[in-house]
Design a protein around this ligand. Structure first.
Ligand code: XUL
Ligand code: CO
Length: 437
């Protein structure tokens, strides 16, 4: 059965094409800087938004039909899997990401839930073998069920901690069974509403204990991919522990987990933390923990996670600039953790939204490659720090200077006499010239 019967395979037709169901900028096999666009971008479909979410918000019911003609929850899970692979085939998306509960619904007991997961995992494996599609990462939904009302790994209730551990163990097993390249921890409800009822130190110690056990278990069953933490500052809790990349780095280092985890940076989470997307990517890159990306964008006038499909080329360009500078993706990729607006409620809108996101990142990649080949921005930055390449600057960098020597140097100088312009406006205009020239 075909679920998107009126939509064919999406092909690259170039920027002049007016066919809405075609790529204007994403040409998968075109080589840029030694790699195909497909290899650079490693697009992934997010099962939860694309296959499951119907557009429900706190003011109203869903507007999109995601029932796939099913009569019961397990038939729905099976039909959804077939529909997912048809969608990936038609959109030429090579990877997907899922939470355990996206692919199979929870049953009355954990044992029954796990049996359901096994059945759908086997079906997904069959579809992967048939189509060549791959799992970018798996994760556990430890936030949706009401048992997680106070968190999972950070719950004050040890029974909840145990249940979460069991759920994560199973999610790791199915990720391994499907050959996943990664496993994600997004904090879900790991945070707090008020410190008046919270033992923050114990909650964070427990989260670290759970992560340590999860890593050790995954390695023991042969998982060779990457673990990621996905930072987010707020929502659903008022204060999420994995606030931003810098906060997560401090957590990982405190608990000796820094060799085991990389970051999954989400654009809209960065903006909620009052950072640019590029800032979060730069902090990850500079600290050797750049891993994967949840590709979306927020609305700068709204204070919540709108999870819009990414279309802002300035942001995708600066993102791909960081990705290329980080050496490109290894196990990571660009996962569209994004949903169509509630008013864009047709299956065709889902295709149009992915096309828009893929084209925006293809443009971003093209611009980033030009920025690097152009060289003016990189040259400007390196010249800006030239004073550290010789004389007193080199001594500072080499760590061969003392406070006394610096004082003597400053006294001899009397005052700083030269300071060159940062030339921000000039650089922004170079960026525009590269984008539109
Ligand atoms: C929530 C979010 C999650 C994670 C996976 O804001 O981004 O969907 O990506 O749990
Ligand atoms: Co995400």
């Amino acid at each position: 059965m075909e679920y998107f019967a009126n939509i064919g395979k999406i092909k690259y037709e170039g920027a002049q094409s007016q066919n809405p169901l075609s790529f204007k900028f994403y040409n998968p096999d075109e080589v840029i800087a030694g790699k195909t666009m497909r290899e650079h971008l490693r697009f992934a479909m997010a099962y939860w938004h694309t296959m499951c979410a119907e557009g429900t918000d706190m003011f109203g019911v869903g507007t999109a039909d995601k029932s796939y003609g099913a009569a019961d929850p397990m038939e729905l899970a099976r039909n959804k899997a077939y529909a997912a692979f048809e969608l990936m085939e038609k959109l030429d998306i090579d990877y997907f990401c899922f939470h355990d509960r996206d692919i199979a619904p929870e049953a009355a007991t954990l044992a029954e839930t796990n049996a359901r997961l096994d059945e759908i995992t086997a079906l997904i494996k069959e579809l992967m073998d048939k189509t060549g599609k791959k799992l970018l990462w798996g994760t556990a939904n430890c936030f949706g069920n009401k048992r997680y009302m106070h968190g999972a790994g950070t719950s004050p209730n040890a029974d909840v901690f145990a249940f979460a551990a069991a759920q994560i163990k199973k999610a790791i097993e199915i990720t391994v069974a499907l050959g996943g390249d990664g496993y994600v921890f997004w904090g879900g409800r790991e945070g707090y509403e008020t410190l008046l009822n919270t033992n923050m130190a114990l909650e964070q110690d427990n989260m670290a204990r759970l992560m340590r056990m999860a890593v050790d278990y995954a390695r023991s069953i042969g998982f060779t991919g990457d673990f990621y933490i996905e930072p987010k500052p707020k929502e659903p809790t008022k204060h999420q522990y994995d606030f931003d990349t810098a906060t997560v780095l401090a957590f990982l280092r405190k608990y000796g987990l820094d060799k085991d985890f990389k970051m999954n940076i989400e654009a809209n989470h960065a903006t909620l933390a009052a950072h640019t997307f590029q800032h979060e990517l730069r902090v990850a890159r500079d600290n050797g923990v750049f891993g994967s990306i949840d590709a979306n964008q927020g609305d700068m006038l709204l204070g919540w996670d709108t999870d819009q499909f990414p279309t802002n080329v300035y942001d995708t360009a600066l993102c791909m600039y960081e990705v290329i500078k980080a050496g490109g993706f290894t196990n990571g990729g660009l996962n569209f953790d994004a949903k169509t607006r509630r008013g864009s409620n047709t299956a065709e809108d889902i295709f149009l939204a992915h096309i828009a996101g893929m084209d925006a990142f293809a443009l971003g990649l093209r611009v980033a490659d030009k920025m690097i080949r152009d060289g003016r921005i990189d040259k400007f930055v390196s010249e800006r720090y030239a004073s550290y390449e010789s004389g007193i600057g080199k001594k500072i960098v080499d760590g061969t200077v003392t406070m006394e020597e610096l004082e003597a140097y400053a006294l001899a100088m009397g005052d700083v006499t030269t300071n060159t312009s940062g030339r921000q406006e000039y650089l922004e205009n170079i960026m525009n010239a590269i984008m539109f020239g």
